[in-house]
Design a protein around this ligand. Sequence first.
Ligand code: SAH
Length: 485
Amino acid sequence: MDYLPVFLNLAGRRVLVVGGGAVGARKVELLLKAHAQVRVVAPALHAELALFRDAGRIEHIGAPFEPHHLDGAVFALAATDRPEVNRAVAAAAAERGLFVNVVDSDADSSCVMPAIIDRSPVIVAVGTGGHAPVLARRLRAQLEALLPERLGELARLAGRVRERVHRLLPDLIARRRFWERLFAGRVASQVLAGHGAAAEQLLEQELGQLQSPRAERVHGSDAAGAARTRAGEVYLIGAGPGDPDLLTLRAQQLLQQADVVLYDRLVSAAVVARARRDAERVYVGKEPGRHDITQERIHALLLEYAARGLRVARLKGGDPLVFGRGGEEVEVLRRAGVPIVIVPGVTAALGAAASAELPLTQRGLSQAVTLVTAVGEGAERLDWRALAAPLHTAVFYMGIAQLPRIVEQLLAHGAPPERAAAIIERATLPEQRVLSAPLGELLRRASTALIRAPALLIVGDVAAQARATLGAHAFPQNVKDMARA
Ligand code: SAH
């Protein structure tokens, strides 16, 4: 190990920064975050540093560096663009036994500034001993995506009850197990999802259990035994339209911790593959027209797994609250008191629009978007006139089987046959196909192309802009011009 990582407590301590340019400004910003007393030596100051000086947040010496500027400093940074000045700073600091960092020169530095991921009070520092700063930055980007935004909040919550836990669990091993479970369980997932109050409540419950006489036994027993005595939780996760890279960061974080994954028919294999390797995977898809598993059975399974103390990921195609019956599952879980985290997903309409390069709203072409399904009892009562109106985009979910009826209704309620429409089949997946045709020709073209579910129908002038893989030239030039205007 060439370097020992340490975290410096600089609060109220003086740090000298020599150099008043953009690089110096970045370092000063960081030092101020760490509550250091910053003294900047530079003949001229970068605009941002001038603001800090005017606000009285830094001390500025507008003269060339001299060793006595180091008086009272515990640490020094040289960030000028003149190597001889940087070296002079390094030499003067070394003489006084101070650590010094010279920007872009490891040879002159006695310490290296790491790349950091700041989730204060949690801080991750990445260093490559000066060998590959760009590699450190790449690692930083990867860790940024991996570490939840509210990790710091979780640490603070733990800090608040640390002494209490210490009193309740004097045994070191029991205590460690308690924390392990806390950080992997529902208190943590509620904090990270932004439900601070719910998390505090759950934490109180867990601490309450420690006080009960049963607690010792639970903590002394094996993990499975501990799991049985406590309830789990359910993550209702939007899996997006298919491309796994469209999962949100939170979806990926929770998929990595779920013990069991219940997934629908429209969840792509690539998304299911992002779950933890040893998670149990349960297919609960409902084939159209067939009813191999009922919604009630899914509710029962969710409750059953949660009651066993498991962390259950319920993966739904697109967004869980858009035509996904997510509302019913939430209601059942709420009634049973099972903690829930809902993670939004990219709904099919948004995925399809992006991958067909078709705007859903556009000045002068569409003022509103409706996500609609013509399946089910409500279909007769839909406001077809509104769906057929100009300056509007209607996105039909589950519409392929109903295509003839949808087209007929739109035409009957005022949509002209030349109104643009697009069908996007298997949006965002490698097999995606996009058919673009005016409403009047849509049925014929869709049946020739053998369009299959899952597919979305988008109706509105904006649809003429779809980058079609089928029938790209279906529109008269004037319609396309209109769409691009
Ligand atoms: N909750 C989902 C929708 C479920 S309803 C969401 O928010 O996207 C199922 C319908 O969604 C399908 O019949 C189809 O119309 C649409 N759909 C889902 N995934 C799709 C995809 N990859 N491409 C096109 N349509 C899709």
